[in-house]
Design a protein around this ligand. Sequence first.
Ligand SMILES: [Mg+2]
Length: 320
Amino acid sequence: MPQDTDRLTSGDETGTQEAGAEPGWQRKIIHIDMDAFYASVEQRDNPELRGKPVAVGGSRERGVVAAASYEARKFGVRSAMPSITAKKRCPDLIFVKPRFDVSESVSRQIRKIFAEYTHVIEPLSLDEAYLDVTENLKGIATATEIAMEIRARIRAETNLTASAGVSYNKFLAKLASDHRKPDDLFVITPKMGPAFVENLPVGKFRGVGPATTAKMNKLGIKTGRDLRAQSMAFLQQHFGKAGAFYYWIARGVDDRPVRANRVRKSVGAENTFATDLFTFEAARDALSPIIDKVWRHCERAASLHPPGTAAGSGRCWSPR
Ligand SMILES: [Mg+2]
């Protein structure tokens, strides 16, 4: 449970109207994110890994860290980091192979919990989702109470912890869940939103990756406050279509709805090679089994969900 309960009962419940908030209705959005998901699942099921730096992924020379436990993160181990770098930073790092069947079944468990509160659920990955609880199925008065209940149930039913962010839009709900991670809950009210954004470095914003952060920094844009000082025209000139998104998030505004049953737009497969490939022929030969793998997935999906059905509308295109 959150230790600082003050901020949950301060009376500034998200979604309620208050002085200074915009007129009209406001969404109530919860972003739920499991803590160090793949690594926590392994630590849960193997007591010997608890309290130790664990990396899920391949330990081989060309392996990549898929997820790191909080103990490993203290050493600077991060997901997507080459395993060899991770091992240098943390010599005692324990590598564990991922068990996707287990993580998928935990994912189904948490989605079942979400579904008791709302039908408007947008999963972002196995362990992360946005929930629109403006209308909730249990008639619970506040989004904060719902988030507290969901966190408690996830802990009770999966023996794993999740962080939750509560706010009036997706952008802020995500920032909120990150704010007190792990195993906590944070609320950004309409009154807090703009100031919260102002004080953050732009690299913390979802949708602003390392390349965009570098570009913004070069233009003198380091924080939300700097971003807010730019005109719409300036941001569109430098960032194209994304410029308008940046303009509004700098003001704590994000109108994107939570989209249930989002159609899958892409599917991929990958392999990390033991040695670099330098010629076209070598790359072509190595690509062939990967393309086959993607194509097999598409064929399987197409037979399960024929085009025209909700889940089948993401059509596959033959790579050959
Ligand atoms: Mg997570």
